[in-house]
Design a protein. Structure first.
Length: 90
């Protein structure tokens, strides 16, 4: 359920919202597609970080500390992958 939520609900909705916003602001098709794909990828993994933090809170800093830890770990790999995914999608 949580995996379906982050990948099948959050990601696509973020992609759609970003694409529509960029197009309404006058951005080109390629820019809209790139930003939609990249930010949807990051939103999916940000959601996953929160979900993991709720499931495995840190013993001393609680859920917020776990969100920071999981987010930091994911950002090392997911930011470059999000850029690559955006480029490949365009």
């Amino acid at each position: 359920g949580v995996n379906a939520f982050s990948m099948a609900i959050v990601g696509p909705w973020v992609a759609y919202a970003v694409f529509v916003l960029v197009r309404r602001l006058g951005g080109g098709l390629s820019v809209g597609v790139f930003l939609a794909a990249s930010l949807a990828d990051l939103a999916t993994y940000s959601t996953t970080s929160v979900q993991l933090a709720l499931a495995y809170p840190d013993a001393t800093s609680g859920v917020l500390g776990s969100v920071v830890k999981f987010g930091t770990i994911f950002s090392v790999t997911q930011i470059p992958l999000a850029v690559c995914e955006g480029l490949l999608t365009v």
